[in-house]
Design a protein around this ligand. Structure first.
Ligand code: KG4
Ligand code: ZN
Length: 345
């Protein structure tokens, strides 16, 4: 199945062309194109994403990206577009563009289909996409389930139990800020540019993450919920009370506190549910320190595998929307072609 996927839920405009095959037992993906046009520079002066500017930029970028792909598209079987969660004005630009393309392309291909996709299914299944070097999925699904899956992005922090590729349930989620949002807010307090996650990672390198003892909200609670707004407030008070605080120390200690909570709760869930693998996805898994710590703490040989999307499929991109679309089509999950900013997983 050749899928043309479109992603416009936030501040990245992305179109991908992906071949999917293998069904539930052996899903395989081949990335033919994955074009991402980032709007970071446009939103940076405002310290966050401005919905109307995002809309304007998506409208400008979508035809540009499409022109690059159109000449080598071949026969497309499915047009897949993110319908939520995300910023509704931004989501609508992708949906309208997808519908126009569908009407145009179905003239030459009467079997063409169109479907709405959950951005969260995109992140969740992004580990099935090929790692950069191989360009083909090369993953044995045997002995991966049950799995514990953690989605960590700018809008979400969700821990899931996956019985298999088809069936998952939510174990817990954040009660306030998402962890990526907390990185962005802490970065702002430190005077770092938007988006804050990569900036915090950068200055946190090579300093002692034990310098400041920030709170680790809910780390020892037996449930699988999270809370990050208190950690952000702790950074605010620390900076207010310590004029000579070194930014680097604050960033590294903050990052450690956030990751300690994520790792501890994920590993506890994997023990409780006798998971055979841990899957982590969403923009925050682009953080190399988090990847390093997860790899270290989930040592191979203890029957627990770690599955991470490659870096290029960690932050928002349309290739992952193709993966989500393929799994949703196998699941017969049908989402309306309407923006739903608060769509649940
Ligand atoms: O998945 P994503 O691209 O968009 C959403 O669905 O929200 O995630 C974006 C979030 C932002 O909050 C950004 O600061 C965070 O992921 N992020 C990072 C890193 N790269 C992106 N957080 C920590 N370290 C990073 N290297
Ligand atoms: Zn995302």
């Amino acid at each position: 199945m050749k899928i043309l996927a479109i992603e416009t839920s936030c501040d990245e405009t992305s179109i991908a062309l992906v071949e999917a095959s293998g069904g539930f037992t052996n899903p395989k993906f081949k990335i033919l194109e994955n074009l991402v046009s980032s709007q970071i520079k446009i939103h940076a002066p405002y310290g966050g994403v401005v919905p109307n500017l995002a809309k304007r930029e998506h409208l400008r970028n979508l035809p540009i990206l499409w022109r690059q792909i159109a000449k080598r598209k071949g026969q497309i079987d499915l047009i897949a577009v993110t319908v939520g969660p995300g910023l509704e004005p931004a989501l609508w630009t992708g949906i309208n563009f997808a519908e126009d393309l569908y009407n145009q392309l179905k003239i030459e291909n009467s079997k063409l289909k169109i479907s709405g996709v959950s951005h969260l299914d995109g992140h969740l299944y992004s580990f099935l996409l090929p790692q950069k070097t191989s360009r083909f999925t090369n993953l044995k699904l045997k002995n991966l389930f049950p799995a514990v899956a953690l989605i960590i992005s700018g809008g979400h922090t969700i821990l899931l139990l996956m019985k298999n590729l088809k069936a998952y349930k939510v174990l817990g989620e954040t009660r306030d800020d998402a962890v990526g949002e907390c990185f962005d807010k802490a970065a702002r307090l430190l005077g770092l540019p938007y988006p804050g996650g990569p900036e915090i990672e950068k200055i946190a390198r090579q300093v002692n993450p034990q310098a400041i003892n920030f709170p680790k909200p809910m780390i020892d609670q037996k449930n699988y919920d999270f809370s990050f707004s208190g950690l952000k407030t702790a950074v605010l008070y620390y900076l207010r009370d310590n004029n000579s605080a070194k930014k680097e120390d604050v960033a590294a200690s903050f990052q450690k506190a956030a990751f300690d909570v994520l790792i501890k709760k994920t590993l506890r869930a994997s023990q409780e549910f006798k998971a055979k693998s841990v899957i982590v996805s969403g923009g925050v898994i682009a953080n190399k320190e988090l990847r390093r710590r997860l790899k270290k703490e989930i040592k191979t040989g203890n029957n627990l595998q770690l599955l991470l999307p490659s870096l290029e499929f960690s932050t928002d991109n349309a290739a992952m929307i193709a993966a989500g679309a393929y799994m949703e089509s196998l699941l017969k999950k049908k989402l309306k072609l309407e923006a739903n900013g608060n769509l649940r997983i």
